[in-house]
Design a protein around this ligand. Structure first.
Ligand SMILES: Cc1ncc(COP(=O)(O)O)c(C=O)c1O
Length: 386
């Protein structure tokens, strides 16, 4: 073999995700894993039964339709109407994907040309950098800075160039927990309209908002025809392994994203699509209880972290609480997270890996609170040893 690297240069540096490294450390040390964002309790029993029934009754065991089963597309459209007042045609404006992850990949691969610039908030959800790179596009970070983690809208305006094609927004935002306000969304929308930009909105935490409310940018004037909204069942129904996600957008945008999607996975998990269609129709009480439970967990962990000496940035939404380790006499989040399992049997994620501007994220560490109360209490007790 010649000396040419096997991995193509667009993916250079994107080798192993921090989650793989930290989850392996958690297993090796028997630590409590507050790294990756998945619940340690499954979602509703009746929805799991719906999936099992679909398998046994032969629903979705063979390739489902490429855009997703009609029942799920209809349920997604109803859900957008019920919670956000947005009307989408299930036949032309909804696309089912293999989780939000595939929706993000398909949207970016479909909508970007090599050299296009994509403005995204950093810290980034890790697949954004990889998908922008696979599309041959250029990521342009808008840094969310502690302590407020609010986007600086003047800075956003200044980042827009003639090469800017797309704004990739994520609200509620992983890992900072920032939920964009109606004013921030209106300002972002106005810039998108003024500069004729596309918007991809990752809204997977739409139901996990503790302060304020989730507002989809697609609802704002001039935005429906330029926005690809993305969500998924993983976080809302506590079945992150099912990987059922969806896109809602205008017919032209859905057709573009579908073109890329059909050559990525073609279709995703048939029987789970039937179950998620039922889940989306659960009564309001389900969504209210999910939020109330996670709010209690957030407070449980945030109080424990504060008592252990961390500076805690209370998240407005998501599964995650970001902390600063400086008050503990620590500076480097990556080193800290690598040593934390041995020091006290807890695994966390260093936010620095989600930043291009590594100074902005150096001392920040993220903990997931989507875990059983007793697990969070034990983690808090262990962290007191620091
Ligand atoms: C911001 C964000 N987007 C997308 C995803 C992926 O969603 P899915 O599991 O549906 O692919 C996650 C999962 O952690 C996330 O945090």
């Amino acid at each position: 073999m010649d000396a040419r690297p096997l991995l193509n240069r667009r993916l250079e540096g994107l080798g192993t995700t921090i989650f793989a490294e930290m989850s392996a450390l958690a297993t090796a040390t028997g630590s409590i894993n507050l790294g990756q964002g998945f619940p340690d309790t499954d979602g509703p029993r009746e929805i799991a039964e719906a999936a099992a029934r679909a398998v046994l009754d032969g629903h979705g065991n063979q390739y489902p339709p490429g855009p997703g089963i009609p029942e799920l597309r209809t349920a997604v459209a109803e859900h957008q109407q019920r919670f956000h007042g947005l009307a989408y045609d299930p036949d032309t404006e909804v696309l089912v994907t293999a989780g939000a992850t595939e929706a993000i990949a398909a949207a970016l691969l479909a909508l970007l040309e090599p050299g296009d610039e994509v403005i995204a908030f950093e810290p980034f959800y890790d697949s954004y950098a990889a998908c922008i790179a696979m599309a041959g596009a250029v990521r342009v970070p808008l840094t969310l800075r502690a302590p407020s983690f609010r986007p600086d809208l003047d800075e956003l305006r200044a980042l827009i160039t003639p090469r800017t094609r797309l704004l990739l927004i994520n609200t509620p935002h992983n890992p900072t927990g920032t939920v964009l306000t109606p004013e921030e969304l209106a300002a972002i929308a106005a810039l998108a309209v003024e500069h004729d930009l596309l918007v991809v909105a990752d809204e997977v935490y739409e139901h996990l908002v503790y302060t304020g409310a989730h507002h989809p940018i697609a609802a704002l004037p001039g935005m429906r025809e330029r926005t690809v909204s993305i969500s998924s069942a993983g976080k809302t129904f506590s079945f992150t392994g099912w990987k059922v996600g969806w896109v809602t957008a205008s017919p032209d945008l859905v057709a573009a994203v579908r073109t890329a999607k059909q050559y990525l996975t073609y279709v995703s998990a048939g029987p789970f699509q039937y179950a998620v269609a039922e889940a989306l129709r659960l009564p309001d009480a389900y969504f209210d209880t999910l939020r109330a439970d996670l709010l209690r967990k957030r407070d449980l962990l945030a109080d424990g972290l504060a008592a252990a000496g961390f500076r805690v940035f209370n998240p407005e939404g998501t599964y995650f609480v970001t902390t600063d380790i400086t008050p503990l006499g620590e500076k480097d989040g990556l080193e800290f997270c690598r040593s934390l399992p041995a020091r006290c049997g807890v695994v966390a994620i260093p936010n620095v890996v989600f930043y291009d501007d590594t100074e902005a994220g150096r001392s920040l560490v993220r903990f997931a609170f989507c875990k059983r109360d007793d697990v969070l209490a034990e983690a808090a007790a262990r962290l007191q040893r620091l």
